[in-house]
Design a protein around this ligand. Structure first.
Ligand code: ASP
Length: 335
């Protein structure tokens, strides 16, 4: 593991606890490369340190990986969360910043949020433009994330996502645009706060905090999105041929499936597979009062679990963590 440290503070500054930056790759670390035919991760700790303003808290940089986030394995995700947890438990560390590819940043951040029990800020950030492009915003995002990680106001808020000077709760934040700089949004309840030039301002507390004491991630968990008239064959395949331990369904609207799915869901639950319901809509809980076949009441009756407003990818992260305990059912609603 490679670590780099910022220059020691001048003698008249009282010693301060460090913020540790865990670098993992992503566009924030990418530069155009002619041989590769496009941008690839190349920036390391020294590049970040050289670009950061000098008026920040002392910084230590640790290279965890230098990967596009699509290359992360579930083992990588788990190890990253455990490393962030260890840093959170280290008395010499005041906060942790993780630089990460934006494509799966919300999943890594949410895993940290669920499985790290620490008052210290753990702040994820990244960039939408490479350092080779005009308007690269990586250093600005990193500086903002560092200011949040060093600020007492950010303690006890769980894992945070800082982008475009906005502070979001990891549970709520999601990538909403393929190229926009302000891509991370919290569609249901909005951002927690803002990084102003003179202050970190927290306007509200996270809507919800949960801790799952997982000792591992159950990796045989899958995510399926429903479309109108879609057959349940893929679901059956995942349950029967892949022997899934859990399946998350991004169902229609407030939690509806085509009636033809009900026998498959019933069979899966009878085999002991955890079937977790969320919505493909993008915001809002699943819940309805419809009486027709395949509506929410049928899913309750079959014994599905409900993810209460989580996106499909985050519901999968939660189910993998919950199945890494002995009491997964306790972490989900059942009606
Ligand atoms: N492809 C990049 C990644 O997720 C996208 C980014 O970081 O913005 O690693």
């Amino acid at each position: 593991m490679k670590t780099e440290t910022s220059p020691p503070p001048s003698a008249f500054i009282l010693p301060m606890k460090q913020i540790t930056i865990l670098t993992t790759g992503g566009t924030i670390a990418m530069r155009a490369d002619a041989d590769a035919g496009g941008a690839i991760p190349q920036l390391g700790g020294a590049d970040f340190l050289a670009a950061l303003p000098r008026d920040l808290a002392p910084i230590r940089i640790e290279a965890f990986a230098n990967l596009p986030s699509a290359h992360f394995s579930l083992d990588d995700l788990w190890n990253l969360a455990r490393r962030a947890a260890a840093l959170g438990a280290d008395d010499s560390v005041a906060g942790v910043v993780v630089t990460h590819g934006t494509d799966t940043l919300d999943e890594s951040a949410y895993l940290c949020d669920l499985t790290i029990d620490s008052p210290k800020p753990i702040v994820f950030t990244g960039a939408m433009r490479t350092v080779s492009e005009i308007g690269y915003e990586g250093f600005a995002n990193l500086a903002a994330a560092l200011r949040v990680a060093a600020d007492d106001a950010a303690r006890n808020l769980g894992t945070l996502v800082v982008f475009n000077d906005e502070i979001h709760a990891a549970r709520d934040a999601t990538k909403t645009h393929t190229t926009a700089l302000a891509t991370f949004r919290s569609p249901e309840f909005g951002k927690l706060g803002h990084v102003y030039p003179h202050a970190v301002y927290i306007a509200r507390q996270p809507a919800r905090r949960e801790f799952i004491p997982a000792t591992r991630l159950e990796q045989n968990v899958h995510l399926l999105k429903l479309g109108v008239g879609m057959s349940a064959a893929l679901f059956d395949f995942v349950v029967e041929s892949l022997a899934a331990r859990g399946v998350v369904l991004e169902t229609l609207g407030g939690g509806r499936v085509p009636p033809t799915w009900l026998p498959s869901i019933a069979r899966a639950i009878n085999r002991g597979v955890a079937v977790v319901i969320t919505s493909r809509v993008g915001a809002g809980w699943t819940m309805d009062r419809y009486g027709y076949t395949g509506a929410h009441h049928d899913l309750v009756q079959l014994g599905c679990w409900f993810a209460e407003g989580l996106s499909g990818p985050k519901a999968r992260i939660k189910l993998m963590a919950a199945l890494g305990t002995t009491h997964a059912r306790d972490f989900f609603a059942t009606a």
